[in-house]
Design a protein around this ligand. Structure first.
Ligand SMILES: Cc1ncc(COP(=O)(O)O)c(C=O)c1O
Length: 331
């Protein structure tokens, strides 16, 4: 029995609002792999979680918007960039559950909204603009106060749903991924996972899930979209510990092989680099997979750089965790 079997049972039984189509497929990318010189390249397609065009936020919001969190709630308030995937899924949730939704976003480019900004409005969200991202969190709280004064019962959904509770969505995803990996008969004993990372909830949940299962054969690479590797490391380890605590377990996040990578950020958040552009082209041309400019293309660029620079050893397979974001490519 794994040392944390009770916590794993609690995780499996934790109440959620079901949104995602699970399990998401683990697919072999033979042609793309061939173009990079490996036949052991895979993708875990969380871009296909389904709800409101899918992506990683769907798994996290299943927990953050679980039924008990929504008792009496009339309005969801959250924040993000003008192309926020998190805002898109939250707004779609509110539309489906007959709630108001207020999104605090900083100003996007002039002209008609496109990509996620278009979808925020299509799902009926009310948009409150702020001048820059540093003002978003404070404004969210003041919007919630104003709504309360007007008789609403708002729920403030933290940015990126990256709380310990939201991370549980990725602790459960770790179980799902390991079940899929264990069913692959390719003789590999180690898996290197590459995933985009920003507010850290996705990686933290994976770390927590792997630690609870006592898995040391899955090596996580969190590819930053904005923050420094040191900061990302701290956030992920702290959140992973807190997520495990919610399940009554104490873990040492240090037992899970994990590296934060910040050398794909380039000129900053949302700004493509030559490597992220190349990744977008290769994934499109050789795998029919759509990457976004802010997150998944930078994670894919890190994966490609790793395969080219370090190669893939005979006992290793490489898994690209596709966290979604396709509307951003069309913005
Ligand atoms: C498409 C996509 N990938 C990755 C991330 C990063 O996930 P996290 O915030 O959990 O680190 C986000 C959100 O920030 C996202 O929208």
């Amino acid at each position: 029995m794994p040392p944390h079997s009770e916590a794993l049972t609690r995780l499996r039984e934790h109440p959620t609002t079901a949104l995602a189509n699970l399990p998401t497929p683990l697919i072999r990318l033979s042609r793309l792999g061939e173009s990079l010189g490996t036949n052991r390249l895979w993708a875990k397609m969380d871009a296909e979680t389904g709800f409101a065009l899918g992506g990683n936020k769907v798994r996290k919001l299943e927990y953050v918007l679980a039924p008990r969190m929504l008792e009496g709630v009339t309005c969801l308030v959250t924040a993000g960039g003008p192309q926020s995937n998190h805002c898109r899924v939250t707004a779609a949730f509110a539309a489906r559950h007959e709630m108001r939704c207020v999104l605090v976003t900083n100003q996007g480019p002039e002209g008609a909204p496109t990509g996620n900004a278009l979808l925020h409005r299509l799902f009926g969200a009310e948009i409150v603009l702020v001048e820059d991202r540093s003002q978003r969190a404070i404004r969210m709280q003041s919007v919630a106060d104003e709504l309360r004064a007007a008789g609403e019962k708002p729920l403030v959904v933290p940015i990126g749903a990256s709380t310990s509770l939201g991370s549980l969505g990725y602790a459960r995803a770790a179980i799902e991924l390991c079940e899929q990996l264990d069913a692959v008969d390719d003789g590999c004993s180690e898996t290197l996972v590459f995933s985009a990372s920003s507010s850290g909830g996705t990686l933290a949940g994976l770390i927590a899930g792997l630690a609870l299962m006592d898995r040391t054969d899955v090596y996580l690479h969190g590819v930053s979209a904005d923050t420094s590797a040191t900061e990302l490391d701290d956030i992920c380890r702290r959140l992973a510990g807190e997520a495990a605590e919610l399940l009554g377990a104490k873990i040492d996040p240090g037992t899970v092989p994990f590296a934060s990578i910040d050398d794909q950020v380039g000129d900053g958040y949302g700004l493509p680099t030559p490597a992220s552009r190349e990744a977008t082209e290769l994934f499109g041309r050789y795998a029919g997979i759509v990457l976004d400019p802010t997150y998944s293309s930078k994670a894919a660029a890190a994966l490609i750089a790793h395969v080219r620079d370090s190669g893939v050893h005979d006992h290793q397979r490489i898994v690209f965790l596709h966290t979604g974001g396709a509307p951003g490519l069309l913005a």
